[in-house]
Write a protein that binds this ligand. Structure first.
Ligand code: NAD
Length: 320
């Protein structure tokens, strides 16, 4: 199952594997095993610190004949410190080298926030938490238009097949569409029943932009980071409504949460280090929720955003 991307016409798998917090030591094996299980899309980022190891897993799977490069869909993301026109293409090539790939299928602007440049020789990945903890968070006045023009050049140079955005709000997307020569193919956002974002889903549908949901299990991903809200509310996986619907279909709560997105044409990229869940997440598309069930799950919306850059992590930043 896939989504056809605009304007390239390339198919993007509806279910992929997220690489955030996949430990560097086990990442190559995790990616290799995920490919063996049937995953074809991997969602990485400069910020995740495991590009080289993820690439090793991919290259080993190709060398062993499990898959061909053109059957895979590799996504990565430009970090906040590389937004200026001097750095976008240089850092696109840097990440391709780290992965050991000739091209990315999808290259996203990770956040619409330009931070002060950190040379990779000094610190890589530039790690947001480093700046937060050291109190050295600094911004750069780089408009999105400047970054986007360089992203377009990456397509023209054949470094990437599709370009897109992540964590962008509606008004910024509308503005980007005013000047983009190549419109964004994908918007990647936090999307789960506690944060359904119906307006942005409707906007992107209308403008032919595919959505990829991250953190599909809501607070689950943020528990291990002791997120102040995630630790206080009921995990979506144990919410009675989700458990009831899961029992009615003979599925797990996780599969219900993923199906709520994919049945509405929204791609998902769950992350798991467990082989059992890896398979469970990939194979969640063999059942359908009723319209009533979809509506009831959407009714859990509480506008709770766990990954809010204005509050990283627990400190308020003013983005002027
Ligand atoms: P996720 O929703 O995939 O949750 C991961 C957590 O859920 C882990 O603790 C995992 O052990 C657990 N889990 C996985 N499958 C399960 C199942 N079937 N049942 C019960 N628990 C299960 O969260 P995530 O890692 O935040 O997001 C997924 C991916 O999205 C990331 O790996 C990354 O690639 C991407 N992402 C992107 C951004 C962005 O800013 N663009 C931000 C966050 C994540």
């Amino acid at each position: 199952m896939s989504i056809t991307l605009n304007p390239s016409g390339q198919a993007m798998p509806l279910v992929g594997f997220g690489l955030w917090k996949v430990p560097r030591e086990s990442c190559a094996d995790t990616v290799y095993n995920a490919i063996k299980t049937g995953y074809r899309l991997f969602d990485g980022a400069q910020d995740y610190g495991n590009e080289k190891e993820a690439g090793e897993g991919v290259r080993r799977a190709i060398a062993d004949g499990l898959v061909k490069r053109e059957e895979l869909f590799i996504t990565s993301k430009l970090w906040n410190t590389f937004h200026s026109k001097e750095h976008v293409l240089e850092m696109t090539k840097f990440s391709l080298d780290a992965w050991g790939l000739d091209y990315f299928d999808l290259w996203l602007i990770h956040f619409p926030i330009a931070q002060k440049y950190v040379p990779p020789s000094e610190r890589y990945p530039p790690a947001l938490l480093y700046d937060v903890e050291a109190g050295t968070m600094a911004f750069e006045d780089v408009p999105i238009a400047e970054t986007w023009a360089e992203m377009e050049k990456a397509v023209e140079l054949g470094l990437v097949k599709n370009i897109g955005i992540s964590n962008f709000a509606g008004a910024l997307i509308i503005d980007l569409l005013r000047y983009a020569k190549i419109p964004p193919a994908v918007l990647q956002i936090e999307h789960h029943p506690y944060l359904t974002q119906p307006q942005i889903v409707a906007l992107t549908r209308q403008r032919g932009i595919a959505i990829t949901a991250y953190s599909s299990f809501g607070p689950q991903s943020f528990l291990e980071m002791s997120h102040p809200v995630a630790t206080k509310i009921t995990t979506l996986l144990k919410t009675p409504l989700i458990e009831e619907i899961a029992a009615a279909h003979g599925k797990s709560s996780g599969q219900v949460l993923l199906r709520w997105a994919t049945q509405r044409g929204i791609a998902v990229i769950p992350k798991s280090n467990s082989p059992h869940r890896l398979a469970e997440n990939l194979n969640h598309v063999d059942f359908d929720l009723t319209e009533e069930e979809l509506g009831k799950i959407s009714g859990l919306d509480a506008q709770i955003r766990f990954n809010d850059p204005a509050d990283w992590p627990g400190k308020i930043y003013i983005f002027a």
